[in-house]
Design a protein around this ligand. Structure first.
Ligand code: ACM
Ligand code: ZN
Length: 548
């Protein structure tokens, strides 16, 4: 069976993957010129012939015809639902041309290649021949990526005469990395479900396939947990927020800040993302960054003293106590999270855990003794191992920030490397999967230039050019370990992003650079910029705020 699979895989590659190379453009014999400004750049775009004009596409769902035309190729009608087809149809008509009475449509035929059948295989090809358009893929991901590519082409190649495409067109494409992620912190500032959908729209346009939803932190617990209602009735609200960086003397804005997602909203957003080929990775922070939870359930801290949800930023000494009650609480929280989110991977935080409380807590010290641990650092490792065993027993896998390496990495854990790349390298060298997100290139809360004119940000400097230059695989990592680097993501921490527009400003256009890095087609920055120029108009039309 596996030999057949390999042979078929090879055959598939012959069909889809030959002619890898940079996007090409040729002069076409028309007054309009074909614009290939797709981001991320496909592996190969070849076109020729004349431009033809049309009013839109019509998806043809009956594929028996194709089987007859290609009797040697085993294929089947694409398994697309009416919802998916309607969604594709809307993406294919970005300028909202009236297609209802028009006969001037191009038929699209989806060919689902059945050999080497991988659910999440993102490869696709688009071929225009004899007036029709054939899209080949083996999975929903592949079809979705094809439609996003076509959607962008239709954005750029449109005028009063209609949409236009060259009469001959061949696109073959597949990404380098399977983890093409983007994160959003909804704790420091809460953003309603309506905005999460906009965020997902932006991500999906650039073929990002993971949305890391940072749902809990010190300044707010943002997901309904039915067993523990105080998490939201108390933990999702803070009395006010510090103004700018007025830590000392402290200056607050006097405006209560609150919000959380109901489980119903979460389910709806998961479905919304799925249609857009995005898997949501939820994050429940532990054992640190838990002050909002501890405001609701102070008995889970070492001191047991009630404290308010913080109104400033930073790293706080009060964390979950390692007592048994904490684990029982977290297991029940995770039970509800796992029931909601289909993601195989669950993020459990693990970063920035001061050990001061544990060092002075009789129950934590008892735990250290009982489990023969050296110190509080090994207690952190013990904490994560308990969570790892629980999540693994539910058929899922934990991922944590690179601090989870300290004191020994849990057996099944994946690592998200944020304090540089060392943590990721160490984990890969121990045969653990890694997602890269180093502060140097992937922190989108950093300033975008050094002019001093940018809106207030946390610090740092991560320009568009710097993001574009990022290489997720560290050079010092041995060849045979490189496959442990699943990809990378950028993080959007929202301490200094109180509004939706500010989040979008920090996202765009840096997301475009990240997307091409993760697709594996990043090349010359100047050439990228000429393509990016075509995208600003789209941001304007969609009312997505961006940095000009
Ligand atoms: C982090 O930035 N604390 C993961
Ligand atoms: Zn304790």
């Amino acid at each position: 069976n596996s030999v057949i699979a390999i042979v078929l895989r090879y055959a598939f590659c012959l069909i889809l993957c030959i002619q890898l190379g940079v996007a090409q453009s040729k002069e076409l014999n028309n007054s309009d010129s074909f614009v290939n400004a797709v981001i991320p750049a496909p592996r190969s775009v070849v076109f020729n012939g004349e431009l033809t004009y049309f009013d839109g596409f019509q998806i043809n769902t009956s594929l028996e015809k194709i089987n007859r035309e290609n009797p040697d190729i085993p294929n089947q009608p694409a398994d697309l639902s009416q919802t998916e087809i309607a969604f594709f149809q809307s993406l294919l008509n970005p300028h909202n041309r009236d297609r209802s009475t028009s006969k001037n449509l191009i038929y699209i035929e989806f060919m689902q290649v059945t050999w080497h059948y991988i659910d999440s295989n993102p490869e696709y090809s688009i071929m225009r021949k004899n007036g029709r358009l054939v899209i080949m893929a083996t999975s929903y991901s592949g079809f979705f990526n094809a439609i996003q590519t076509l959607s962008q082409l239709m954005e750029f190649n449109h005028n009063e005469k209609g949409y236009f495409l060259p009469s001959q067109l061949e696109i073959r494409d597949e990404p380098q990395f399977s983890w093409r992620g983007m994160h959003l912190d909804v704790s420091r500032h809460f953003f309603p479900a309506s905005f999460i959908k906009v965020y997902i729209d932006v991500l999906s346009r650039y073929k990002i396939n993971r949305f890391h939803w940072h749902l809990t932190d010190d300044q707010g617990w943002r997901i309904e947990i039915k067993k523990f209602p105080l998490l939201t009735s108390i933990g999702s609200k803070r009395s006010e927020t510090m103004i700018a960086k007025n830590f000392d003397p402290y200056l607050g804005d006097g405006a209560p800040h609150a919000g959380y997602y109901t489980q119903e909203e979460v389910r709806e957003i998961i479905d919304y993302a799925k249609l857009r080929n995005i898997e949501i990775v939820p994050e429940i922070e532990m054992p640190g960054h838990a002050r909002a939870a501890l405001a609701a359930y102070p008995e889970l801290s070492c001191k047991g003293i009630k404290q308010e949800v913080p109104t400033t930023w930073g790293v706080f000494e009060d964390v979950y106590c390692s007592k048994e009650a904490t684990f029982q609480f977290l297991f029940q929280v995770l039970d509800e999270v796992i029931a909601l989110f289909p993601s195989k991977i669950i993020h459990i935080g693990g970063d920035e855990v001061p050990k001061t409380r544990w060092e002075n807590c009789s129950q934590c010290q008892l735990n250290i003794k009982h489990h023969q641990l050296k110190d509080a650092h090994e207690l952190q490792s013990y904490f994560i191992q308990r969570i790892d065993s629980f999540v693994t027993s539910k058929g899922r896998t934990i991922i944590g920030w690179d601090e989870i390496l300290e004191g020994g990495l849990a057996k099944n854990a994946m690592v998200m490397s944020w304090r540089g790349t060392e943590g990721g390298i160490a984990a890969a060298n121990m045969n653990h999967f890694v997602v890269m997100t180093p502060g140097s290139h992937c922190y989108f809360d950093h300033y975008q230039d050094t002019s001093g004119l940018e809106p207030l940000a946390i610090g740092g400097f991560t320009s568009l050019e710097k993001v574009y230059a990022y290489k997720p695989i560290p050079e010092q990592l041995a060849e045979q370990r490189r496959h442990f680097i699943l990809g990378a993501q950028a993080n959007m921490w929202t301490e200094y992003m109180p509004t939706e527009n500010q989040v979008l400003y920090m996202l765009l256009p840096r997301l475009c650079a990240l997307s091409e890095v993760l697709w594996g087609s990043a090349g010359d920055f100047k050439e990228f910029n000429t393509r990016l120029d075509h995208h600003y108009g789209v941001f304007e039309r969609k009312k997505w705020n961006y940095r000009k």
